[in-house]
Design a binder for this molecule. Sequence first.
Ligand code: PNS
Length: 164
Amino acid sequence: MAIALCPGSFDPVTLGHLDIIERTARHFDEVIVAVIRNPQKSQSLFTLEERQSMLAEVTAHIPNIRIEFFKGLLVEFARDHGAESIVKGLRAISDFDYELQMAQMNQRLSGIDTFFISTSPQHSFLSSSLVREVARFGGDVSSMVPPMVAERLAERYGDAAEST
Ligand code: PNS
């Protein structure tokens, strides 16, 4: 069985992530969305459980998917779960240097290959950090995240969005 990992922080999941996850699920028997437990970014907006529950809800229509947490090296998690592929979305050339470096490091460490999917053009500027920033200041993110994530962002930042 061909198992692929889609790893990330997903703080929160965006339509760009969802696009990559859906497309990955068409090419593999099973997709594990691997949510990192302790990203270097110490200040996550959503807890792990919140991120997992949002991911579970917005991917409920995809039958061959599961959501898991991981910490430490991604390739160790991949080995433990029988995954032989990592799939990442590439938004722009600016993603390429770092993604290539990580792919090569992961290949050296484990032999596990990374496959890149080009992000759909309508999502090429999207990132969780920008979405958080826009939402924090009361901007409209409804075209960037699934509706329930937009609701969670609005709840999190409250009715009175920061203006300074
Ligand atoms: O959504 P993000 O924050 O861009 O995801 C980055 C992530 C989690 C995919 C990356 O930081 C990662 O794989 N971390 C695990 C630690 C690891 O294996 N490091 C060596 C990679 S070369």
